[in-house]
Design a protein around this ligand. Structure first.
Ligand SMILES: C[S@@+](CC[C@H](N)C(=O)[O-])C[C@H]1O[C@@H](n2cnc3c(N)ncnc32)[C@H](O)[C@@H]1O
Length: 282
């Protein structure tokens, strides 16, 4: 069954199962071969010193495609919500920025990720971090209470992106802002879309940049703009898939195979963008 024919709940279930599997086998890439952990975090643009201050587990289990906080003006006392918080890398960086008077709320649907993020927040000694179970299409967050929505490589995984954009607009305070790192794609070859794992690997569910920005505007957000972008070359795509997303490697070409041709097919077609938007002030 193709992704288009599956129900949204079924897609979320499969994505959640894939991320639960990935988090359970740290330190392994395709077929258990040792993977260069932390590759994704470095490629995503975090500073060495930023990563050094975090529990290693949060860094090693980062599945992001950018550093959404690097361009934000998150400050002391702010309330930040992280959509699809995973093992917590951005939650923890945000927690340091908002300080004890601020609050950081992570939302994720995968129990294994939620547990990991809570443990990492505890290890880092943050009392201002809360991780809630829920889906980003129906955020367990009160209306108009959030200064910043952040997210790292998650909205591409949603089968109902317009619902996510509406939810971002709902939870933000008037004047509240959003900075999201995510994957957008143009002209993906049909054979890629058929590969098991291509959806959970943040490739097959990605939409075009124009549709992404239009979706945010349709939700009522303003000042929508791309603040940074990284168009992956074949080497970066190969590293990304090999080191952090074993499912794609296994579904794509089997154990020990050469990911080069798949990476070549994707070159120039997927990029990570950092998108800003604002909820109009009343
Ligand atoms: C690619 S990982 C990114 C994790 C984290 N943001 C990071 O940078 O490491 C995707 C995460 O989003 C969660 N996720 C995916 N789709 C979701 C949805 N519709 N609702 C809630 N969580 C979702 C997954 O469980 C997983 O933890």
């Amino acid at each position: 069954m193709s992704t288009q024919e599956k129900s949204s709940d079924r897609i979320r279930e499969e994505v959640s199962k894939d991320y639960a599997t990935m988090i359970r086998k740290p330190g392994t890439g395709c077929c258990g071969k040792p993977a260069p952990k932390g590759f994704v975090a470095k490629l995503a643009g975090y500073k060495e010193e930023e990563l050094a201050a975090l529990p290693a587990d949060a860094v090693e289990n980062s599945f992001g495609c950018g550093n959404p906080l690097s361009f934000s003006e998150v400050k002391d006392g702010d309330v930040v919500v992280d959509l699809g918080s995973g093992a917590g890398i951005d939650l923890l960086i945000a927690a340091g920025k908002v300080g004890p008077m601020g609050r950081v709320i992570g939302v994720d649907m995968t129990d294994e990720m939620i547990e990991r993020a809570r443990n990492n927040a505890e290890k880092a000694g943050f009392k201002n971090v809360e991780v809630r179970k829920g889906i980003i299409e129906e955020l367990p967050v009160e209306t108009g209470t959030v200064d910043w929505v952040i997210s790292n490589c998650v909205i591409n995984l949603s089968p109902e992106k317009d619902r996510v954009f509406d939810e971002i607009a709902r939870v933000l305070k008037p004047g509240g802002r959003m900075l999201v790192s995510d994957i957008v794609a143009e002209g993906l070859p049909p054979e890629i879309l058929q590969i098991a794992g291509a959806y959970s690997s943040c490739v097959a569910g990605a939409i075009g940049e124009r549709d992404y920005l239009a979706g945010l505007r349709k939700a009522g957000l303003t000042d929508v703009e791309v603040r940074a972008r990284l168009k992956y070359d074949a080497t970066q795509i190969k590293g990304f898939i090999d080191s952090e997303l074993p499912n794609f490697s296994e579904g794509g070409c089997g154990c020990g195979c050469d990911m080069g041709p798949i990476a070549g097919m994707l070159e120039g077609k997927i990029q990570s963008i950092k998108v800003f938007a604002r909820k109009p002030a009343e």
